[in-house]
Each structure stands twice: as structure tokens, then as C-alpha cells.
Design a protein around this ligand. Structure first.
Ligand SMILES: N[C@@H](CCC(=O)N[C@@H](CS)C(=O)NCC(=O)O)C(=O)O
Length: 221
């Protein structure tokens, strides 16, 4: 086995792949690409992923990109512990929760992050309000799930947790920015507003190997 992963610091999609590799305790060669140097657009990267995006996984001669495809590949190839459940019903529910997140939450989370980090909040209050109302409603759904169970689906950490966690972490980090002070109180402090999500974050942070998945540039700032 010779697994290699190309990933970028702070990329939620890369974080998914890292979490999956660590959870499965698979040894891998880690290649961090520097976005600022456009390393993800190098000829080598483009030959593996013509879209020039990370994560990219290589396993021997097989190359896989798109984070969800990487999770599926790893689970079929290295099934224990499973990411997509132990029964057909769990697999169905995990895939449903992922799909719900991607359809109803992700776009709005990304909107908030993008406005806070790159566009400026003042001129975009209407867009922000719209995105925030979707995020609050989806966060309430996630909170209800996690109030009933330690993990998003069933008794075990799964691909559903892996897909949702990085987006939430990146949003929480963006909300800490000075520019986001007016938005912050809508979601923070997370322990008070969404206690079950806060406890779930702590649970994931306690998983073996988690520290190796944490975006390295976040430690520096
Ligand atoms: N749908 C892809 C998204 C991958 C993606 O957009 N990665 C970003 C980093 S978060 C990237 O590589 N961006 C570089 C670019 O667009 O030039 C996945 O799930 O892997």
C-alpha cells in the first residue's frame, strides 16, 4: 500500500480526506500544497486533477479527487472501521445527511465565510441575512440530531461527521474575526447557543490523529 494525499491548509475538503485517513489509521505520505504559490496548479497536480483542486489521493496507480469520492474509495478499499455505516440503513442515512448538508447548508456557510473574509459585511447585509437564516435553521437541525446521539448518524463517527465538521469549524473561525463582530452573537458562544454541536466538536477534537488534520496555518495566526 502506498497512499499519498495532496491537500491544502484551511481547505474544508482537504480536511475531510485527512480526517478519513487518520480515522482509519492508514499510513500515508502527506503533501501539503501552498495555495499562495499556486502549487495546486502545477503540471503534476493538473495531471492528477485537471480542475487543479485539492484534495487529491493517490493509492499506487489509482488517483482519486473530489473529497466525497475519496471517502467512498477509502471505505471500499479499507473497510475497517467503516465510514458509511455497518448496515444498508446506516449507509442510506449517512448519505442522506451528507446530501442534506451539501444541498441546504454548505452554500450558505460558504457565503458567510466568503463575505466575512473577502468582501466586507456592511454592503452585503441582505445577502448575509438570507445566508444566516439558512445557517441557523440547518444548525438547529444538526443540534437536534446531536442532542439525541454522540454522532450525526448512529453510534459511531462516520462520513457524515467528516463532511459536516470542517465547514462548521471554518465558519466558527471566520466569526472570530473582528469584521464579524455583529454576526457573532447569532451563533456564538457555541457552547450556549448550540451545546450539542459544541460537545460534538470536542469529541472530534479528541479522536486519535485529529491534531495531524488541524490546518497548520491556523496555529500560526
Ligand atoms: N468538490 C471538491 C472541492 C475541492 C475544492 O474546491 N478545493 C479548493 C480548496 S477548499 C481548491 O483546491 N481550490 C483551488 C482553486 O479553486 O484554485 C471536493 O469536494 O474535493
Amino acid at each position: 500500500m502506498s497512499l499519498e494525499l495532496w491537500w491544502g491548509s484551511g481547505s474544508p475538503y482537504s480536511w475531510r480526506a485527512l480526517l478519513a485517513l487518520e480515522y482509519k489509521r492508514l499510513p500515508y505520505v502527506s503533501h501539503q500544497v501552498q495555495f499562495a504559490k499556486q502549487e495546486h496548479k502545477s503540471p503534476q497536480m493538473l495531471s492528477m486533477n485537471p480542475r487543479g483542486r485539492v484534495p487529491v489521493l493517490k493509492d499506487g496507480d489509482y488517483v482519486c479527487y473530489e473529497s466525497l469520492a475519496i471517502l467512498h474509495y477509502l471505505d471500499r478499499k479499507y473497510p475497517d472501521p467503516p465510514l458509511f455505516g455497518r448496515t444498508p440503513e446506516e449507509a442510506g442515512t449517512i448519505t442522506r445527511v451528507i446530501s442534506e448538508y451539501e444541498w441546504y447548508a454548505e452554500e450558505h456557510i460558504q457565503k458567510l465565510i466568503y463575505v466575512i473574509l473577502f468582501q466586507g459585511i456592511e454592503e452585503r447585509m441582505e445577502e448575509i441575512e438570507r445566508a444566516m437564516s439558512h445557517v441557523l435553521s440547518e444548525a438547529a437541525t444538526i443540534e437536534r440530531r446531536l442532542a439525541a446521539s454522540d454522532w450525526l448518524v448512529g453510534e459511531h463517527f462516520s462520513a457524515a461527521d467528516i463532511v459536516v465538521f470542517p465547514g462548521i469549524q471554518i465558519l466558527l473561525r471566520a466569526l472570530e474575526r473582528r469584521e464579524a463582530h455583529e454576526l457573532r452573537s447569532r451563533l456564538l458562544p457555541i457552547e450556549a447557543r448550540f451545546p450539542a454541536i459544541a460537545a460534538w466538536i470536542k469529541r472530534i477534537e479528541g479522536l486519535p490523529g485529529y491534531e495531524r488534520t488541524y490546518p497548520p496555518h491556523w496555529r500560526e495566526q
